[in-house]
Design a protein around this ligand. Structure first.
Ligand code: ADP
Ligand code: ADP
Length: 235
């Protein structure tokens, strides 16, 4: 099964004056764990938003979780975008922007509630997800006063409670210390073990050792891809 297929994808923030994505072809298999690396401004975040179904490109075709969401000739298909997003959990760099309530368990419930999951099932999913990120004790606490690491774990629990087929992580560990980073990596390991497709942007080379494939971007293009290498991690 193919989780993501991009063909000839181009994206501009400025009416085509410059291209943040300049002809990207990418296929991600279901269950694959793919890392995206590259210098600042190379297009990683833009690519992650397109893969997550949160932005439409200007040209090319985009298929996500079996939905043809964007087709160069026909443009975006809003219904296909809605269907695809039900199966995708996205976590970004700044955890504060992702909190929607002032009670941890309400925050984790937000995603599955939007999916129309039954009440009992949501309770079970919250308990599971909080356990997975080691935040069970904080169930009734206020996330807005917590550390960035704790907030990020709550955001991740929220996506896990959706039981996504795919997660798209855009540098979720950027603001975390070493211990919190290790916990996020352990959560990703368990998602991988469950067969969840993972697309993960990182600038921590050591994290890419767990990848099935590492994709390197420069100037809006994929310039290389392959298995993780030890010398990547040593950099
Ligand atoms: P990366 O994640 O690799 O740092 P981005 O996808 O954020 O790269 O950026 C790709 C290019 O698009 C860069 O040239 C960046 O300056 C530009 N860009 C990113 N976001 C915006 C924005 N909101 N408005 C205008 N230009 C943007
Ligand atoms: P259901 O979604 O009906 O619970 P599944 O067969 O999808 O059944 O999953 C079985 C169990 O595996 C779930 O109850 C849950 O514990 C766990 N699980 C499945 N998918 C995920 C996921 N994407 N993230 C976290 N846990 C999951």
């Amino acid at each position: 099964d193919v989780a993501v297929a991009l063909r000839g994808v181009r994206f501009s923030y400025g009416n085509g004056a410059t291209w943040a994505l300049d002809g990207v072809d990418l296929t991600v298999q279901a269950g694959e764990r793919v890392y995206i690396v590259g210098p600042n401004g190379s297009g990683k975040s833009t690519l992650s938003r397109i893969v997550a179904g949160l932005a439409a490109p200007d040209a090319g075709t985009v298929t996500v979780l079996g939905e043809r969401v964007f087709d160069g000739d026909a443009g975006p298909d809003p219904d296909a975008y809605r269907r695809a997003r039900r199966g995708i959990g996205a976590v970004f760099q700044n955890p504060e922007d992702q909190l929607v309530t002032t009670v941890v368990e309400d925050d984790v419930a937000f995603g599955p509630e939007n999916l129309g999951i039954a009440h009992d099932d949501i309770g079970r999913r919250i308990a599971e997800a909080l356990q997975a990120v080691d935040m069970t004790e904080s169930r009734a606490a206020d996330p807005t006063v917590m550390s960035g690491g704790q907030q990020q774990r709550i955001a991740i629990a929220g996506t896990m409670a959706m039981h996504p087929a795919m997660v798209v992580f855009d540098e979720p560990t950027a603001m975390l210390d070493g211990a919190a980073r290790a916990e996020v990596m352990a959560v990703l390991d368990s998602l991988q073990a469950r067969g969840v497709t993972i697309v993960h942007i990182t600038h921590h080379a050591d994290e890419t050792l767990r990848a099935d494939r590492v994709i390197r971007m420069e100037s809006g293009r994929i310039v290389s891809e392959g298995r993780p290498r030890r010398d990547d991690a040593a950099r």
